[in-house]
Ligand binder design. Structure first.
Ligand code: NDP
Length: 241
């Protein structure tokens, strides 16, 4: 194993790799030696240097099916299902169009993409899938029903798929970030709510996308030979107090 580029010779796909956590993951996997493909929604491509780009909107089922078929031809060694959306609303005001869009991007697409890549990974006897969850896959709070439902669901998909694939050398796990310093966070939490949430985080600060990327890189790498089906929180201790 090469300690500097542990993913040399591997191909990795990171969905939502243009910004935030996904971009940090794509850059880290690239720096670890993988050939990296990322997805985003813009036609012109805003991918990290050295990465290849697919433009795709995961709210459109037919587009996801086309992409899944391309992915099964590409046959990546590593799949990181990172793209995610969130629209908070009080329970009584949940809009079903929003609920469906959240579930298409956060739950249906990861499942479809896993279906596309797992047969080859299992045949090859090696593969890694990391699904990006959230602390809201373990807890829920007012306004978060749709998002939490999608991430709790992704946890179930992760665990079930892992139990089928682990014996073939395919490790499937979920990484559940706490409050990370990204555009999504800045958009969904105002300064006052952010301060209130940080009061409950033992480390007392936002996490950085690079910290999440380091955990994902370890799970994706050759050192992970026995972690399977887990939902690992990276949250500064938030879910433990
Ligand atoms: P960002 O909003 O910063 O980035 C989202 C990424 O997903 C972008 O690359 C975006 O592409 C892509 N994307 C957005 N909508 C769609 C869509 N309809 N179809 C396909 N791709 C889409 O997100 P974060 O980095 O903050 O979050 C990444 C993941 O981490 C998500 O799964 C989120 O739920 C999870 N998470 C985030 C936390 C945080 O604190 N930020 C905390 C816990 C979990 P484009 O740039 O083209 O729009």
């Amino acid at each position: 194993m090469n300690a500097v580029t542990p993913l040399a010779g591997r191909t990795a796909v990171v969905t939502g790799g243009t910004r935030g956590i996904g971009r940090a993951i794509a850059e880290r996997l690239r720096d670890d030696g993988a050939e990296v493909w990322v997805t985003g929604t813009n036609r012109d491509g805003t991918e990290p240097d050295g990465a290849r780009y697919f433009a795709i909107d995961f709210t459109i089922n037919e587009a996801v099916e086309r992409f899944a078929s391309e992915l099964s031809n590409l046959a990546p060694d590593v799949l990181v299902n990172n793209a995610g959306i969130n629209r908070n609303a009080p329970f009584a005001d949940i809009d079903f169009a929003d609920f469906d869009a959240i579930h298409r991007v956060n739950l249906r697409t990861p499942l479809a993409l896993m279906q596309a890549v797992l047969p080859t990974m299992r045949k090859n006897g090696w593969g890694r899938v990391i699904n990006i969850g959230s602390i809201w896959s373990k807890l829920a709070r007012p306004g978060r029903a749709s998002y939490a439902a999608s991430k709790f669901g992704l946890n179930g998909v992760t665990t079930a798929a892992a139990s089928e694939a682990a014996a073939d050398g395919v490790m499937i796990n979920m990484v559940s970030p706490g409050i990370i310093d990204t555009e999504l966070t800045r958009r969904t939490l105002n300064a006052e709510r952010l301060k209130a949430i940080l009061a409950d985080v033992p480390t007392g600060r936002l996490g950085q996308p690079e910290e999440v990327a380091a955990l994902v890189a370890w799970l994706a790498g050759p050192e992970n030979t026995f972690v399977s089906g887990q939902n690992i929180a990276i949250d500064g201790g938030f879910t433990r107090v």
